[in-house]
Design a protein around this ligand. Structure first.
Ligand SMILES: Cc1cc2nc3c(=O)[nH]c(=O)nc-3n(C[C@H](O)[C@H](O)[C@H](O)COP(=O)(O)O)c2cc1C
Length: 405
């Protein structure tokens, strides 16, 4: 199978939507048949159904009740056998915390900086595609929630709003995550527009190519009007309403560069002054490449188990990556963060902050901006509790000596 044909199979990977059917307009009844993904089957607690989520998992049932099944599965499932998806969550559970006994700490300060930006806690919103399919305000609601929570929203270029719409949506700091158009002039303009729209950093995601069984079964795709707007927003202004959905899907499948290499980053350095983060790092060697390229940060990530199944859990590789980087550039991580205590474990292994993907998406579907704000507040409270219990008065006090594997 050649690379081009393979790319047609990728579901919304590098911004790719593939199957031609319109997303099924299922109702909550279809959720009886939800994909057999671990988190899809989270019991809907009474707290969740009464409308007061107190944990990340409380949002899962609420999102399932509100979303068409195809959209819920798109968010919740992982690729193939979901080994990596499961591992991301379970690897955190395997790590034990052994706090000092007489630590005398009764309050903590969660504030920190990322790329020089002060934030109120080390939890950011990860780039998530298609958010406007989950809630009419989509990523704009996420960005506003992040601002209210005093943190950063990393917006996906595939969130289905234009870079300018996202830029205007909130006063707080935002990063722009790009999937890279093959046409470098379109890519250069997109990055320049992000700079003009006030974004503080460019995130380049390099783990590309999404093929998820549930999305194939559900024939998940982005509705024609949203896909057209998305492609035009990116800069493919020749596309019009006269193009069929099939044509747009075919164009989309071929529009993105899924074979990025180091030359791309040299090129990108030349077209923007913004800090650049590389997302998708899982090994010390890859981290060293980012250092050698003069990038500003890395995100240790396996894309939430949505890419190559069988890749290691992010938290399992974080420590060795951090040791290789040795403080030369900033490290963030994502994948499987479901509790504030997970964030503490990531900080202990060398991350400056974590990002949340599915928790943000479930919360957005469940409650829009208020939902995303609530999920951030929950993680803040849990992290506060974990740090005080571990004798950490500041994020700098969190270190690997707390952990037992
Ligand atoms: C529905 C969905 C869409 C995503 N879309 C993007 C995207 O457009 N760009 C990107 O870099 N990562 C994307 N990701 C990956 C997230 O940024 C993040 O790496 C991952 O969700 C972290 O794992 P978690 O879901 O366990 O928090 C997406 C994740 C989800 C769940």
């Amino acid at each position: 199978m050649d690379r081009r044909f393979f790319s047609q199979l990728l579901a919304f990977g590098a911004g790719l939507f593939t199957t031609t059917q319109i997303a099924a307009k299922d109702d909550a009844a279809d959720n009886e048949n939800r994909a057999d993904t671990p988190e899809a089957n989270t019991p809907v607690s009474s707290a969740a159904s009464s409308g007061l989520p107190v944990t990340v998992s409380d949002f899962v049932g609420q999102a399932a009740a509100r979303l068409p099944r195809a959209s819920f599965d798109y968010v919740t499932t992982g690729s193939e056998d979901e080994v990596t998806l499961r591992d991301n969550v379970e690897a955190f559970r395997r790590i034990r915390v052994l706090p000092p006994l007489l630590h005398g700490v009764n309050q903590t300060d969660l504030s920190t900086t990322v790329l020089g930006q002060k934030i109120s806690m080390p939890v950011l919103l990860a780039p998530v595609a298609a958010l406007r399919m989950l809630h009419p305000e989509g990523v704009m609601a996420s960005a506003r929630a992040a601002t209210r929570a005093g943190t950063i929203c990393a917006a996906s270029s595939s969130a289905l709003n234009s870079v300018e719409e996202i830029g205007r949506s909130s006063a707080g700091p935002k990063w722009f995550q790009v999937y890279v158009p093959r046409k470098r002039d379109v890519a250069a303009k997109l990055v320049a527009r992000a700079e003009a729209a006030g974004f503080k950093a460019i995130v380049v995601t390099v783990d590309l190519g999404e093929r998820k069984d549930a999305d194939l079964r559900n024939r998940f795709t982005v509705p024609k009007d949203m896909l057209l707007k998305h492609l035009r927003d990116v800069g493919f202004s020749h596309l019009t309403d006269r193009n069929s959905h099939e044509e747009l899907n075919a164009f989309n499948a071929a529009a993105w560069d899924i074979s990025l290499n180091v030359d791309f980053f040299r090129w990108l350095r030349g077209v923007t002054k913004l800090p650049i983060l590389l997302k998708g790092v899982l090994s010390p060697d890859a981290a060293q490449q980012a250092v050698d390229l003069g990038l500003n940060g890395i995100i240790v990530s396996n894309h939430g188990g949505r890419r190559l199944d069988g890749m290691p859990a992010s938290i399992d590789v974080l420590h060795e990556v951090a040791q290789a980087v040795d403080g030369k550039i900033e490290i963030l991580m994502d994948g499987g963060v479901r509790r504030g205590g997970d964030a503490m474990k990531a900080l202990a292994y060398g991350a400056k902050a974590v990002l949340i993907g599915r928790p943000q998406a479930w919360a957005l579907a469940a409650g829009g901006e208020a939902g995303v704000k609530r999920v951030l507040d929950i993680l803040r409270d849990e992290l506060t509790n974990a740090m005080i219990a571990s004798g950490c008065a500041t994020v700098d006090d969190v270190n690997a000596s707390l952990l037992r594997v």
